[in-house]
Design a protein around this ligand. Structure first.
Ligand code: FAD
Ligand code: NAI
Length: 464
């Protein structure tokens, strides 16, 4: 009864998971639609996430290089003036260009965009606005949104989520960031670079949970040196807004006396939670787990035949590239091919300066599995980083002590986000540290630090 279906595939959500799934499904010859309630395609990532944050990170980095003396050090004397509206305009332009690009790709691939919020009527029927459609396969790719902090009301003016923090109309005198994770550090860096005093309040004893401990410690030192103040092991119990200012009440995470911090703006960045509200999952016979996520098997099938899920709404790191790869895999699986994502090799990058990146196991995780060998190489000893006045950071390679197979690679370097791709590829191919150490790397490049860290695993780096 194939003709009873309106579509072979209906994707709900046009973020990096959903739009990629829709494009791949269409490329494979499946009649595809994608429901999206936003005015533009691209989801969190293109509209209010990866892209606008990188636009501001890039621009503010130039500003700081000019204002902070890094350019003068290289013989370029400038007296910069901050034009914040223009900085925002180029951010908006970047978003517009890329979201428009997805719309073009939808048209090119004959994907129908069903505009509006989707909710299930049954396991194969979905209502989008006034329209009810039946699809043979439905992919839930509804993404995630900001986790609220009890006692703290986000007004997107003084107390902002990442979305409001991307759009501040003036540089806050004092910005307090709640949460020393990826968003807090990236957007905290943006506003610090253009003149804000930034204080980061983190519940845990160290920033960047999930990253390798050496990287977390070193990153903390670097951000402190850059001027971010950290209140680690501290929790925020409330925020009061009065007369355009905020007063935060904080106390030690382990208990103790409360104190207050005054701020001109507060960024709440304590994590994100899956979007399942309003989907009427019960009508499809679906349930969420304790963390609010939709569980799937390795093929991205949910417990209900014909319903699939990918991206931030399922377990795993909330990252655009993870969502995209799952988008390709789910479409291939729907088409009867073999779509696989290796969840053990998903790189993470924090796009600060220097960048912080890692892939695979942390040293602590690797040690839980058995004996390991660790090699480290400082960027200070890398000729290109030193020449470019980028001495901060290191590369760390963790390998199995017996087999030498690389289990994890962690790094802090100005171009770590680009360098980590090589590490991910090596790990995907089952490389040993010897394989990396004996691969010829171009000179002078930051990537030579990865080669030397691999040589350090074997006990013989050249430049330290
Ligand atoms: P989303 O991108 O969240 O897209 C889901 C879409 O579904 C949304 O457009 C939503 O409107 C739509 N939707 C939801 N419910 C419905 C419904 N019922 N009906 C119709 N449509 C619906 N990740 C990185 O890898 N690199 C980065 O640099 C990076 N930077 C980030 C910066 C910020 C400030 C933020 C907030 C996130 C960042 N992320 C980054 C994370 C990244 O944005 C997410 O991991 C990624 O967008 C997840 O993709 P997704 O397709 O699962 O969901
Ligand atoms: P996060 O999970 O990275 O960090 C949240 C931080 O807040 C943690 O350090 C946590 O310990 C802390 N925290 C939690 N509750 C707290 C409290 N009550 N008080 C103080 N601190 C508290 O989450 P974040 O930064 O909000 O980012 C959300 C998601 O978006 C992440 O999963 C991340 O993967 C993704 N993202 C990815 C980026 C990238 O890849 N470059 C950039 C930005 C976001």
């Amino acid at each position: 009864m194939a003709e009873a279906y309106d579509f072979d595939v209906l994707v709900i959500g046009a973020g990096p998971g959903g739009y990629v799934a829709a494009i791949r499904a269409a490329q494979l010859g499946l009649k595809t639609a994608c429901a999206e309630s936003r005015e533009t395609l691209g989801g969190t990532c293109l509209n209010v996430g990866c892209i606008p944050s990188k636009a501001l990170l890039h621009a503010s980095e130039y500003y700081e290089a000019a204002a902070g003396g890094a350019m003068a050090k290289m013989g370029i004397k400038v007296t910069p003036e901050l034009d914040l509206p223009a900085m925002h305009a180029q951010r908006i332009d970047a978003v517009k260009g890329l979201t428009g690009g997805i719309e073009f790709l939808f048209k090119k691939n004959k994907i129908e965009w069903l505009k509006g919020r989707a909710s299930f009527e049954s396991a194969d029927t979905v209502k989008v606005g006034d329209r009810t459609v039946r699809a043979k396969n439905i992919v839930i790719a509804t993404g995630s949104s900001v986790t609220p902090l009890p006692g703290v009301e986000i007004d997107e003016k003084i107390v902002v989520s990442s979305t409001g923090a991307l759009e501040l109309e003036k540089v806050p005198g004092h910005l307090v960031v709640i949460g020393g994770g990826v968003i807090g550090l990236e957007l905290g860096s943006v506003w610090r670079r253009v003149g804000a005093k930034v204080t980061c309040v983190e519940f845990l004893d160290q920033i960047l949970p999930g990253f390798d401990d050496d990287v977390r410690k070193e990153a903390n030192k670097i951000f402190k040196k850059q001027g971010i103040e950290f209140r680690l092991g501290t929790k925020v119990t409330g925020v009061q807004v009065d007369g355009g200012k905020a007063t935060l009440t904080v106390e030690p995470a382990k208990g103790g006396a409360a104190e207050t911090i005054e701020a001109d703006a507060v960024l709440v960045s304590i994590g994100r939670r899956p979007n399942t509200e309003g989907l009427a999952l019960d009508k499809a016979g679906l349930q969420i787990n304790q963390r609010g996520q939709i569980e799937t098997d390795h093929d991205f099938r949910t417990s209900v035949p014909g319903v699939w899920a990918i991206g931030d709404v399922i377990p795993g790191p909330m990252l655009a590239h993870k969502a995209e790869d799952e988008g390709i895999a789910v479409a291939e699986n729907i088409a009867g091919l073999t779509g696989i994502v290796n969840h053990d090799v998903i790189p993470s990058v924090v796009y600060t300066m220097p960048e912080i990146a890692g892939v695979g196991l942390t040293e602590a995780q690797a040690r839980e599995h058995g004996d390991v060998k660790v090699g480290k190489f400082p960027m200070l000893a890398n000729s290109r980083a030193k020449t470019n006045h980028e001495p901060d950071g290191f590369v760390k390679v963790i390998a199995d002590a017996k087999t030498d197979r690389v289990l994890g690679v962690w790094m802090i370097a100005s171009v770590a986000g680009t360098m980590v791709a090589q590490a991910a590829q090596a790990m995907e191919f089952g490389a040993t540290s010897e394989d990396i150490a004996y691969t010829c790397h171009a000179h002078p490049t930051h990537s030579e630090a990865l080669k030397e860290a691999a040589m350090a695993v074997l006990g013989k780096p050249i430049h330290i």
